[in-house]
Design a protein around this ligand. Structure first.
Ligand SMILES: *[C@@H]1O[C@H](CO)[C@@H](O)[C@H](O)[C@H]1NC(C)=O
Ligand SMILES: *[C@@H]1O[C@H](CO)[C@@H](O)[C@H](O)[C@H]1NC(C)=O
Ligand SMILES: *[C@@H]1O[C@H](CO)[C@@H](O)[C@H](O)[C@H]1NC(C)=O
Ligand SMILES: *[C@@H]1O[C@H](CO)[C@@H](O)[C@H](O)[C@H]1NC(C)=O
Ligand SMILES: *[C@@H]1O[C@H](CO)[C@@H](O)[C@H](O)[C@H]1NC(C)=O
Ligand SMILES: *[C@@H]1O[C@H](CO)[C@@H](O)[C@H](O)[C@H]1NC(C)=O
Ligand SMILES: *[C@@H]1O[C@H](CO)[C@@H](O)[C@H](O)[C@H]1NC(C)=O
Ligand SMILES: *[C@@H]1O[C@H](CO)[C@@H](O)[C@H](O)[C@H]1NC(C)=O
Ligand SMILES: *[C@@H]1O[C@H](CO)[C@@H](O)[C@H](O)[C@H]1NC(C)=O
Ligand SMILES: *[C@@H]1O[C@H](CO)[C@@H](O)[C@H](O)[C@H]1NC(C)=O
Ligand SMILES: *[C@@H]1O[C@H](CO)[C@@H](O)[C@H](O)[C@H]1NC(C)=O
Ligand SMILES: *[C@@H]1O[C@H](CO)[C@@H](O)[C@H](O)[C@H]1NC(C)=O
Length: 854
């Protein structure tokens, strides 16, 4: 509950006073803290608040929240000697505390959060100081006193809109004899708790006033109106409130392009002492080309240029700035004085995404640099011939929609808590199943699905029928074609599988019926991926993320998807369509089996042109789609040993064995499910499956549990072969695309899965033979209520005891693949017809089963 609002319970009904908002924030305090280099102490022991004093001798405090948390950072000042400046720094990995920019900045998208991981506060009063911006996700924070004086702080923390329910109190739960696996299971729920953002809990980062938009330092947000404009002059009026003002022209709507920052003369009364004068010197026009003014790992920004301004730029005064684009550069005029920035002086870097694709074309945007504040109003854009093309006083709320910075209105799952912060559809292939296995937050399932469904490319787009793959929070569905985010074609397949996966768990027929027209069109849009010559999947306008054209992975994924969608078509009584999609899936499978099985090497070839190469996704999807027979499955799992690299598997043969190769838990998640599925369905133990399962769980995912300096309680985007986070500080440490073990452990090791939509029928069928677990127990939330189940091995694995209770109106079937000698149900000996175990559990009842293996 937001502490500013009051909730009153009266006569059993809930009356809300104050702002009618869905927001229900919680206060998250650190678990530990230390001043300077002293050792960490428990924070707020015995319920008392922990106070610390920052002064000349101890200017620094480090706060450790124990696990990932996102929200509005705040601190409460108890006593204050005089006005002071305090710098806060945030990071997921501990070493980010020593980096000048923390683990940021996040220059890829606005994300309705702070772009910067360092921010400065001018503390003038006792009581609470709170950041204007959300910090998307962090474990560590520091507060550094920058100026003379002394400040005593008695409470510091994060006001969070995210759910922090303890993992063992969630609707879904998993526990086993293997404490490492229990920790790995828990990474998933914590990750979705932080990476999924509830409706109305992320406000706009722009403030609209009658003097124009009031912009605090943040990654510029771009207008959708100028996406197709070129060679124009964009002018606006701006008042620097602190430090500087920033803008873009000729930019992609995604924000890549030239970036201009004009700084003030840095008057001493408003200038923070930590202002980085190397990047943004006073009274200067700073220009960079790319994402921002600094490099961030793979998001390159060209070197920055500095042009001294001939006279002092004053704060709190209006200036008119015009920027004209021509073929040789950008001409910037400020109150009549001009500076020309030749393209030749800029370092023009390129980007695969986010760019307008042109140095002279593309839209405009606004956003000052770190800790700066500026007002922007009266924007006008003129064509080369002098025609007024666009005019906006920037004083109405409609700018939020135009610039893609609307407060979030849907409950959405992002790719990562701190970074990306885009609603990536492909990532949701794992995310939705983690939610189903743990938090059971259907608002995030339907909210995210509807967000994509609302964003389907129109018939005038070459992607007609495709759903946007990475819309940002804050972007309006109206502009789906302009944001043009469709290029990863397998993300469409993953999205369709998420839609089917939602139905499988929920049985929510009203939902699929509501969106059936769009979904049918979405399936129609992927059918042309089937190549007429090869009968396999090939990328048309775009690329695949998870495999190559004419390859095993994407062809098997397409077959799998068409099979899932045929089930939806059947549920919608469209039998012809269902048959059509099923037969196309079968043809794809035949084409894979005929052309891509390499019998010499004993694996599925990565694609037609690289017959001697294999990939983890090829192996995974050949198993998950049912292409691979038992012999091929065993053989291709054995062949994985050639892909071993450090703590895991590299994605394909052609990837180098370098220490800087990123191992992908996202793609490894598909392999993990494939291994467990084939193990669950096998009659016999398999050493190669056991080894591969162990590599993934005991090494790759164990890395995310075992190392305190990187630990956030969440799953990491990438992992280096040595087990440290891939992509360095940039890596997201709360990336649900890496959280497959949560649902794999629930679905295959605990062994509970729906076998008809909404769990009206379900299976209790654990994978017992190749997993280092001797007992497991847990619960699975279903629309009918929870299923509670446990199993335990004894007698060296010859005896298995199962206990399970199913909800009313459902039917469960308990089974194992291996032959059984004898078994009892609730103490009564049963006939073992043919040595199989198959026990039906009627709705609303429990069963206790003792099995002796043959
Ligand atoms: C200022 O920016 C420069 C250039 O990016 C960087 O090397 C330096 O560490 C920064 N200094 C501080 C104090 O942040
Ligand atoms: C901080 O606030 C005080 C009191 O309002 C003001 O005098 C001072 O100029 C401010 N400093 C900065 C850096 O904004
Ligand atoms: C960013 O790094 C690239 C090299 O990868 C370099 O060419 C470029 O100048 C750097 N940009 C900045 C702003 O330092
Ligand atoms: C800049 O020009 C505008 C008129 O366009 C004027 O109102 C403003 O006072 C000027 N600013 C300064 C600092 O001279
Ligand atoms: C671009 O504008 C600059 C400054 O006004 C001018 O010097 C230059 O000749 C122009 N280039 C072209 C190709 O028009
Ligand atoms: C801008 O003008 C140049 C030179 O006339 C031309 O080559 C370029 O295509 C134009 N750019 C756009 C986006 O129209
Ligand atoms: C001026 O340029 C704009 C944009 O390119 C175009 O739409 C308009 O027709 C032109 N007007 C004249 C008078 O040439
Ligand atoms: C796929 O394979 C077919 C048959 O060999 C070939 O005609 C086609 O060009 C291939 N497509 C791609 C994108 O590799
Ligand atoms: C599926 O339907 C399409 C369009 O109606 C048709 O062209 C195609 O031959 C059908 N394919 C199969 C395998 O039924
Ligand atoms: C990379 O490592 C694997 C597994 O150890 C090995 O089979 C393969 O030959 C190595 N590849 C290269 C190019 O060194
Ligand atoms: C389990 O197997 C081991 C080795 O095969 C044997 O020493 C032990 O007695 C067995 N224990 C039981 C309970 O059967
Ligand atoms: C079971 O299903 C019946 C018929 O649909 C329904 O009336 C009843 O409420 C259901 N019971 C529970 C506990 O869901």
């Amino acid at each position: 509950m937001d502490i500013r609002h009051w909730a009153i319970f009266a006569c059993g009904s809930l009356l809300l006073t104050g702002v009618a908002s869905a927001q229900s924030d919680i206060i998250v305090l650190p678990t530990k803290y230390r001043t300077d280099t002293a050792t960490f102490k428990d924070y707020a022991t015995n319920g008392a608040e922990s106070c610390f004093t920052l002064n000349k001798d101890t200017p620094l405090v480090t706060l450790d929240y124990g696990t990932e948390v996102g929200g509005f950072p705040f601190f409460e000042v108890d006593t204050l000697s005089n006005v002071v400046q305090i710098e806060a720094k945030y990071t997921e990995a501990e070493s980010g505390l020593d980096a000048p920019f923390g683990d940021g900045p996040w220059t890829f998208s606005n994300g309705l959060s702070n772009t910067f991981r360092v921010e400065t506060f001018n503390v003038t009063f006792t009581g609470q100081t709170e950041s204007f911006f959300i910090q998307g996700g962090l474990r560590w924070q520091s507060l550094l006193l920058l100026t003379e004086g002394s400040v005593r702080i008695c409470k510091a923390g994060i006001r969070s809109g995210n759910d922090r329910t303890a993992v063992d109190a969630l609707p879904g739960y998993f526990e086993s004899s293997n404490s490492l696996y229990n920790e790995i299971w828990a990474l998933g729920p914590r990750t979705v708790q932080q990476a999924c953002i509830a409706a109305n809990s992320a406000p706009s980062t722009w403030e609209v006033t009658e003097d124009g938009v009031y912009l605090r330092g943040q990654q510029p947000a771009q207008s959708v109106e100028g996406a197709s404009f070129g060679n124009y002059t964009m002018s606006f009026h701006t008042q620097i409130v602190r430090g500087g003002t920033g803008w873009k022209v000729a930019a992609g709507v995604g924000g890549f392009g030239p970036y201009f920052v004009l700084t003030s003369g840095y008057p001493s009364d408003s200038t923070f002492v930590n202002t980085n004068r190397t990047i943004v010197p006073p009274n200067t026009l700073t220009v960079g080309y790319g994402w921002n003014l600094v490099n961030q790992t793979s998001l390159t920004t060209g070197k920055i240029n500095h042009d001294d301004w001939p006279f002092t730029i004053k704060e709190n005064q209006w200036y008119k700035i015009s920027t004209s684009i021509n073929a040789t550069g950008y001409s910037v005029e400020i109150n009549g004085t001009e500076i020309f920035v030749p393209l030749n002086d800029l370092q023009i870097v390129s980007a695969s995404i986010g760019s307008s694709g042109s140095l002279t074309g593309g839209t405009w945007g606004f956003g000052p640099y770190q800790d700066q504040i500026a007002l922007v109003k009266d924007v006008e854009v003129y064509a080369e011939n002098g025609t007024l093309l666009y005019q906006n006083p920037m004083t109405s709320d409609s700018v939020l929609e135009e610039f893609g910075v609307l407060a979030n209105t849907h409950s959405l799952c992002l790719d990562g808590a701190k970074r990306g912060r885009l609603v990536w559809s492909g990532d949701f292939i794992h995310t939705h199943r983690v939610i189903q296995a743990s938090t059971a937050r259907s608002d995030f399932l339907t909210g995210s699905l509807e967000y994509w469904i609302d964003r389907q490319a129109s018939d005038s787009s070459i992607y007609s029928g495709y759903f946007s793959m990475s819309p940002a929070m804050g972007q309006s569905a109206k502009y789906t074609d302009i944001y043009d985010s469709f290029g990863l074609l397998d993300y469409q397949l993953f999205f369709l599988d998420c839609f089917a996966g939602y139905y499988k768990h929920s049985g929510d027929e009203a939902f699929i019926a509501k969106y059936w027209t769009q979904i049918k069109k979405g399936v129609g849009a992927v059918l042309p991926l089937i190549d007429e010559q090869s009968g396999l999947a090939v990328a048309t306008n775009g690329a695949f993320f998870s495999g190559s054209s004419n390859g095993t992975a994407v062809s098997a994924l397409l077959a799998y998807t068409l099979t899932q969608m045929a089930e939806i078509a059947s549920a919608m009584d469209e039998t012809d369509l269902a048959n059509n999609w099923t037969s196309r899936a079968d043809s794809l499978k035949d084409a894979i089996q005929k052309q891509l099985w390499n019998s010499q090497f004993g694996f599925y070839s990565v694609d037609l042109s690289d017959a001697d190469e294999q990939s983890i996704t090829g192996t995974a999807w050949s198993i998950l789609s049912g292409v691979s027979n038992d012999m091929q499955t065993e053989s291709s799992i054995a062949a994985l040993s050639a892909l071993r690299l450090g703590v895991g598997y590299k994605t394909s043969t052609s990837v180098s064995n370098a220490s800087t190769t990123d191992l992908s838990p996202f793609l490894s998640g598909f392999l993990l499910e494939a291994l467990l599925k084939s193990s669950r369905d096998s009659l016999n133990n398999s050493d190669v499956k056991k080894k591969a399962i162990s590599i993934l769980l005991d090494q790759l995912w164990a890395a995310m549990v075992a190392q305190n300096e990187y630990y956030t309680g969440g799953t990491w985007e990438y992992v280096y072969p040595d087990g440290s986070p891939g992509l360095d500080l940039y890596t997201s440490h709360a990336h649900p695309w890496s959280a497959a073990p949560t649902y794999v452990l629930t679905g295959y090791v605990l062994g509970i899965q729906p076998t008809s939509p909404g769990f009206s029928k379900w299976a209790f069928r654990p994978a017992i033979l190749d997993v280092d677990v001797s007992w497991a127990r847990g619960r699975v939330a279903t629309p009918h209520g929870p299923i509670r189940a446990s199993w335990r091995l004894s007698g060296n694995g010859t005896n298995v005891e199962f206990n399970v209770c199913g909800p009313t109106n459902t039917t469960g079937v308990v089974s194992v693949p291996f032959a059984v000698e004898s078994y009892t149900v609730d103490g009564t000996e049963q006939e073992t017809g043919g040595g199989n175990l198959e026990v039906t559990v009627a709705g609303g009842s429990c069963a206790n089963i003792h099995v002796t293996r043959k």
